[in-house]
Design a protein around this ligand. Structure first.
Ligand SMILES: [Zn+2]
Length: 399
């Protein structure tokens, strides 16, 4: 009996150990494997950069309209061995402002042509990464939890990362940078207004948590409006009209990346301040369902807003810094150099041309494209800071 019990214990212990190893593999390693595989680099070896590009990049305050680093189980404060976005790499890349966007739901077999909202991969990712149970069934809670992660990173950063929620914050931040402080200004954004779960009060909760940009749609149609990759691709709903009106009065930036053409038209008719496409490409260079038409580029420029040109293949139809600069040039020629910038989508489950440390290659590509140093300053940061400043400054909710 004793022997059998001993064997039984050993079998049990072995079984428990096997389950623990499997759980560790699933809960620890699998999300990292997924993240590592989904957030790689495209293109071959990058050509050396000139002394001019190096000197210019070293003097820039670079702003990026879209990065999804909060989705992954990786430190923002320490340098990562995979992905694109963390503080050490952002410091090397002279990133002054980053909008950290929160993904809350993506359909299985996601594509840019047509998706339903019936399935979701983020639930499993949240569970595997050990997110709290309140995030398993609530999209709003997923956004709020990712905001908590950013605040935790801010607390761990010893002053190196600062959440920006007001025009005064932004002004103080840019002043500190000019005086030589190495500090990164972080904004919070939502990728897809399904995170509101159809309730206007959730917009207020997210505003109170520090969110200042809302992408109206992501990969499927939601209760605010249609996605460019949705089944119906409709315009703004009556709830969506309430949402953009409330965003306008609070001082939140409307992001039309991933929005259907009808939704872009409807939003442009209702929003008073500047709007953006935080990350994407232009159909005039790379014609697919992910990229913005000439007409919409011009209409967005008319609001005082801008297009953040992304760094991945579907945005660019190319795999190099030169391909990125070609799309920047297209928007600058079409709508003006004040209306284009960087919308990397770093850590957004895409392979990118460079990671956050590689902005000097983008600066070189802009110089090669014939932009002046003043124009490079606008494209790499001043345009985005201007838009954010205007939206924050106009809000009745901004103290
Ligand atoms: Zn996106």
């Amino acid at each position: 009996m004793a022997r059998r019990e001993g064997v039984g214990h050993k079998v049990l212990a072995a079984a428990v150990a096997a389950v623990m190893v499997a759980a560790l593999a699933v809960f620890g390693v699998l999300p990292t494997m997924v993240g590592r595989n989904m957030n790689g680099h495209i293109g071959g070896r990058l050509a050396p950069v000139s002394a001019e590009a190096t000197a210019l990049q070293a003097s820039l305050d670079i702003a990026d309209l879209h990065g999804d680093a909060l989705l992954w189980d990786r430190s923002l404060v320490r340098r990562g061995s995979w992905g694109h976005l963390d503080m050490p790499r952002m410091v090397e890349g002279r990133i002054a402002v980053e909008i950290f966007t929160t993904v809350t739901k993506v359909p299985r077999d996601m594509n840019i042509e047509s998706n339903s909202g019936d399935s979701d991969n983020i639930t499993l990712l949240a569970m595997l990464q050990g997110w709290p149970p309140r995030t398993w069934s609530s999209l709003t809670e997923r956004a709020l939890y990712q905001a908590d992660k950013l605040r935790d990173a801010e607390a761990d950063s010893e002053g190196g990362l600062r959440l920006i929620t007001t025009a005064a914050d932004l002004d103080a931040h840019m002043r500190a940078r000019r005086e030589g402080s190495i500090v990164i200004g972080a904004f919070l954004g939502i990728e897809g207004a399904h995170a509101l779960e159809g309730a206007l009060e959730n917009l207020d909760r997210l505003y109170d948590a520090g969110f200042r940009m809302v992408g109206l749609a992501h990969f499927f149609d939601n209760r605010v409006g249609g996605s460019a990759h949705g089944a119906e691709k409709a315009g703004l709903t009556s709830f969506g009209a309430d949402v953009v009106e409330r965003m306008d009065s609070l001082g939140m930036l409307v992001d039309l990346a991933h929005s259907s053409e009808a939704l872009i038209d409807d939003a442009l008719a209702r929003v008073n301040g500047p709007v953006v496409v935080s990350h994407g490409g232009v159909a005039g260079v790379c014609d697919n369902a992910r990229n913005v038409t000439d007409e919409h580029v011009l209409a967005i420029a008319t609001t005082g807003g801008m297009i953040g040109i992304g760094l991945w293949e579907t945005a660019l139809c190319g795999d190099s810094p030169a391909a990125w600069a070609r799309s920047v040039r297209y928007v600058a020629d079409l709508a003006g150099v004040d209306h284009v910038g960087l919308g990397s989508d770093w850590d957004g489950a895409v392979a990118t041309v460079v990671d956050a440390s590689g902005t000097v290659y983008l600066v070189q590509a802009l110089l090669d494209e014939g932009f002046s140093e003043d124009e490079v300053r606008k494209i790499m940061g001043e345009n985005a800071v201007r838009v954010l400043r205007e939206v924050l400054g106009g809000g009745v909710g901004a103290p």
